[in-house]
Design a protein around this ligand. Sequence first.
Ligand code: AKG
Length: 264
Amino acid sequence: MPTEMENYLFDLRGYIILKNAIDPDHIKALNAGLDALNPEDPEWGWKGNLYRRPGGGDQIQQIFEAGEPFERIIDHPSWMDHVRHYVGSTDGLFIDEAVAIIRGPGGAIRLHSGGHKRRIRTQFRFHDNQFRCGQINVMIALTEFGPGDGATMVIPGSHKSNLLHPAFHLDQSDTASLESVACATEAHISAGDVLLFVDCLAHGSARRSNPGQRRSILYRYGPKWGHNRGGYEPSNELLERLTPERRKIIQPVAPKLPPGITRP
Ligand SMILES: O=C(O)CCC(=O)C(=O)O
């Protein structure tokens, strides 16, 4: 279970850092898995059961389809109790997006989200002495997230904000501005560490100025009644080979179709 201090910090800031959550051999296997996908290839679209926006999008969707090392992090013991605790113990679990994020020089993601939006899907909620959050992000660093690396940035406490951060009035196409946004801070973590945060925390990333790539895996956990926001469905092969515990997180409720009906 999360410690009392972790709960305090998660409530106060909207995020916590889990140091050394994944062992170095597993990190090596995850990086090798990404290398095998040839992430430099600009063509993409669908590659087997994985999808990357053609033309060089920095996210690979459905990354839990990429092999056993990626399946092992569906229910990794370093964070499962945290995730269950923050989503709430009565709502089950579902991964509603699973992406690899590969960020090269010049890449960044703009400031987005924030408690003022009061979105149900991404909400922070605490009721009757229990957390009931809509989306808990587990950002796993596969490489260093240090200065110049394009680290994730957060505005601590903004999951409870009532007012729009004035920086949202800036031109949102100018992602370089995030570094100078008041109160935004880079989450500096190392390969194997996890940044766990509630999605309504205002966040984004710094622009990568170093050579090479910042690599991470992001699994977003929510209650079992959620669905994948991009409409991606797990493959039959994945569902068949997963352990019952993992399958329950990928497909908590199996579709029930009338006899003879198949989806187009
Ligand atoms: O890539 C990052 O560091 C942040 C990712 C992010 O903000 C998101 O996917 O919502």
